[in-house]
Every structure is written in C-alpha cells, then in structure tokens.
Write a protein that binds this ligand. Structure first.
Ligand SMILES: Nc1ncnc2c1ncn2[C@@H]1O[C@H](COP(=O)(O)OP(=O)(O)OP(=O)(O)O)[C@@H](O)[C@H]1O
Length: 456
C-alpha cells in the first residue's frame, strides 16, 4: 500500500461518503505507512478526529484498503508528532465511552480504555522485598514475548502499587510493541461499557472489540463480584482471549479465593495463571519510595532544605499505604516552600500532625499477641511464657514477626513484651519467619490471614 494508492482511494471515498464528510474527516488524515501485522497507520491532527473516523468510517476504510492491499488487517490512528514516551501528567478523568467504535478498525489509540498515568512507569517504581515478585512478574509480561502465565493476577491492599505496575506494563508495551492492542481499564469501566452496549444493542461490537485486544488489563476485578451478568460476560471475554493465547492481567484487593460472590468458574480461571501478592510495605521500601520522591521534588523546589532524619521518621511513622506516604511528602514540601522554611522535624510534626495522629492508631503488641494465640488455639500465657516446645515457639515467632512488621516498636521493646526476652531472640524469630514465609505456604497463609485480621 503506497501513498499514491491512498490518494486514489481518497477520491473514491469522497463520492461514497459525500463531499462535506470527506472534507471534514478524510482530507485531514494522512496515510503514514503499513506496519508489521498489516496495520495501516494514519496521522491525524487530533485524537478526536482519529476516534471519529475510526468509529464512523473505520469499516468502510478497512474494506477499501484491503481491496488495494490484501495485507491490511487493522487501522491505527496516531496524532502526528505525538511522543509515545509517557510524560508526567495528572490522571485525566475518564472520557465519554466510545462503545460504538468499529472493532476491526480499532487500534490501541482508540480502544475504549482508561487513560494511563504518565508517572506510573517501571522507572519510578521502587522495588523492595514486599513487591519484588510482583515487579518481576510484571516486567516479564511487559516484555511482550511468549505468554507463559495467563492471567497474571496481582493483588494486595490499598495503595500498594497494583495500578502503578499495570500502567507500567502498558507503557512499556506501547513503546516496545506498538503493534499490540493493549487495553487497560477498571472492572467498573468494563461493567459500564457492557451495560451501555446492552442498552444500545451493540453487544456484537462490544464482544468483537474486547476479543480483538492482544493484552487486556482489568484493574480492581473484585468490583464485579455479585454482578452476575457482568461476570458472565467477563468470563466469556476471558476465555476467548486465553484461547487465542492473548495476555490477561488482573488486579484485585485480595486473592481470588477471598473474593466473595464470585462465581467458582471465574475464581478458578483467575487462579489458573500466576497469582502474586504485593505485601504491605516494610520500612526499607517506604524509605526508598520517599527518597525517590524527594529526588523529583528537588527539581520542583531546588532551594528547599531537608533536615537529616526526616525521611526515616516518616518511613517509621506512616506505615499505612504508599498513597498516604506520598501525600504526606507532597504536603510537607508544598507547606515548607509556602512558608519559606527548611523542613525540620518541628515543621514536619506541625504540618503533618493529623496524618501522624491517624497512623498512631496503630496495632498494639497486645492485639497481635491475642490474635496469634487465638489463631493457633493456644493460651496467651503460653505464647508469652518461657516454654520452648514447638507448638508455642512457632506461634511466638509469628507474633514477634508481626510485631516487627506492623508496629514501630523496637526489637528490645518487643523482647520485653514477650516475657523479657533478649532482642537477639526476637531478631532470630523474625528472620526465621521471613525464611519460612517463602518455603512454607501454611506459614505464609497464616501470616496473611493474621495481618488482614489485625489491619481490618
Ligand atoms: N513501589 C512503589 N514505588 C513507587 N511508587 C509507588 C510504589 N507503590 C505504590 N506507589 C505509589 O503509590 C500510589 C498508590 O499506588 P497504586 O494506585 O498503584 O495503588 P493500588 O495498589 O492500585 O491501590 P488501590 O487498591 O487503591 O487501587 C501511586 O501514586 C503509586 O505511584
């Protein structure tokens, strides 16, 4: 397919769709070339024109183009000179749905996905122990090679980086594999589009559209629990894509078997690939994230002074989710620059008093001990007491580990609260459980259950 052939086609199109339509919609678009995979690429002056042409003339264009060149299989509209690298920009509100897009003509630019946040890339994702597995799995999927696990199911508590990782995969694929149709959307948007398609009697379009993607990412899938017909449609979409060996990436706030009101067949489908957990952040990861955010703030506030120890203090004190941590730092920098003062400990405590107070409602050592004793059906006095039999020693180590993870208490203090034990005993217990977590799935499950119960 050459530009000359496109020129000849344009004339034919003018008589088919009428002069006005032609002038408004077809004349401004420019045939750029044919990409591997039979993708005819057009430069368009704006996204709006690209979307409109795709929706209204997509099928016609595709039919005409394929009479000239049988290799043409899809259309792609790109804004001329647009930079495909993500640029920092705020999250945009979701655009109006475009459920009427002609499926065959849809490209990654015009598929009805949610906008991607330019800040959520692999470069800006800080890797630590709690998220290293999820990060590695996301990286593997982002290579866009052979599909080895399907779906990739990422789960974890609020604000631990699930959406960040999904966007990072999408950005990476858009750059390295622009030939792939990558569709990212939330489960809520999936339902919304499904309901809209039902209402407008465009189910065929809906089905074809979702089945024409190469990589489907659905965020917060727990949302479809209890919504029967959306689940049904999701199940069919899922199966159709897996059958075609297309990659699916799903995120949720909990593991598939913990999502209530989810049909069993969906649950087992979701478990059939790789299920990875983003664990709650630990101190080191929080500090790493703060340090990396500070680097970006330094460009924005080059004159601002930050006293030593502030980041460590925040990483210790704010142990909820990363979003809260980021919000605290943003507020601190904005406040300090507004009042024109260096960021000292005093200013930090003053400016973030509410956040610090809120995260003070922390889990206590007593609560942990009580829950662990209940969980293992042993007496509290045996958990804390001196007996070393395994039935007590292992739960005791689990409790020490949880105290280290979920409270800001020091090892000596934890030791004191466990019957006056030495801090090295606590350290040994914590290490032992860290090792066991990756080898013994029973221990890993126990910890996860206890953590959730304590944080609820
Ligand atoms: N490891 C990390 N490195 C850098 N930033 C992170 C990391 N983890 C989370 N964040 C940041 O924390 C914020 C919340 O992350 P994200 O939106 O991905 O969470 P989520 O797990 O999808 O939460 P939710 O369940 O609320 O949807 C984002 O601004 C994200 O960039």
């Amino acid at each position: 397919m050459t530009k000359e052939q496109w020129g000849a086609l344009q004339e034919q199109l003018s008589s088919t769709i009428g002069h006005n339509n032609y002038k408004t919609w077809i004349e401004p678009i420019e045939f750029q070339g044919l990409e591997p995979g039979g993708i005819a690429v057009f430069n368009v002056p704006t996204n709006f024109i690209g979307t409109y042409v795709s929706q209204n003339f997509g099928e016609l264009l595709l039919a005409k183009l394929s009479t000239v060149d049988a290799d043409v299989r899809r259309l792609k509209f790109q804004v001329a000179n647009s930079d495909v690298r993500p640029q920092p920009r705020p999250v945009q509100p979701q655009q109006e749905p475009q459920a009427s897009a002609a499926p065959a003509a849809a490209s990654s630019e015009v598929l009805p996905g949610a906008p991607l946040d330019g800040r959520f890339t692999f470069d800006s994702f800080v890797v630590g122990k709690p998220n290293e597995l999820a990060h590695a799995a996301a990286k593997r999927v982002a290579e866009g090679g052979q599909v080895t696990f399907n779906p990739l199911f990422l789960y974890g508590g609020v604000g631990l980086g699930k959406t960040h990782l999904m966007h990072a995969i999408a950005w990476e694929l858009k750059t390295s594999r622009p030939d792939l149709n990558v569709l990212y959307l939330s489960a809520e948007q999936f339902m919304y589009r499904f309901v809209q398609a039902l209402r407008e009697r465009r189910m065929m379009d809906f089905k074809e559209l979702f089945r024409s993607v190469d990589v489907l990412m659905v965020d917060d899938v727990q949302f479809i629990a209890g919504k029967d017909s959306t689940q049904e449609e999701f199940f069919h979409t899922f199966n159709a894509l897996v059958d075609q060996n297309k990659q699916i990436i799903i995120s949720a706030d909990r593991a598939p078997d913990e999502i209530k009101d989810l049909e069993n067949r969906i649950r087992s489908r979701l478990q059939s690939g790789l299920v990875v957990d983003l664990h709650p952040t630990d101190y080191e990861l929080r500090l790493g994230i703060l340090q990396s955010k500070v680097e970006t703030y330094r460009q924005q506030y080059p004159a601002l002074q930050l006293d030593a120890g502030i980041l460590e203090f925040l990483a210790h004190r704010i142990s909820t989710n990363v979003r809260v941590l980021e919000g605290a730092l943003t507020r601190l920098f904005a406040f300090a620059s507004l009042v024109g003062q260096p960021i000292t400990m005093e200013l930090t405590q003053d400016c973030l008093s509410d956040v610090l107070r809120a995260s003070d409602r922390k889990i206590s050592i007593e609560e942990i001990q009580r829950k662990v004793a209940e969980h293992y059906h042993i007496r509290l006095s045996d958990l804390i007491g001196p007996k070393r039999v395994r039935n007590f020693a292992r739960p005791r180590q689990v409790a020490m580990y949880l105290c280290k993870q979920l409270t800001a208490r020091s090892l000596p203090e934890i030791g004191r609260r466990f019957g006056g034990r030495d801090h090295t005993t606590v350290m040994h217990g914590v290490k032992r459980i860290e090792e066991l977590r990756s080898q013994d799935s029973q221990i890993a499950d126990d910890i996860e259950l206890l953590r959730r119960a304590l944080e609820a």
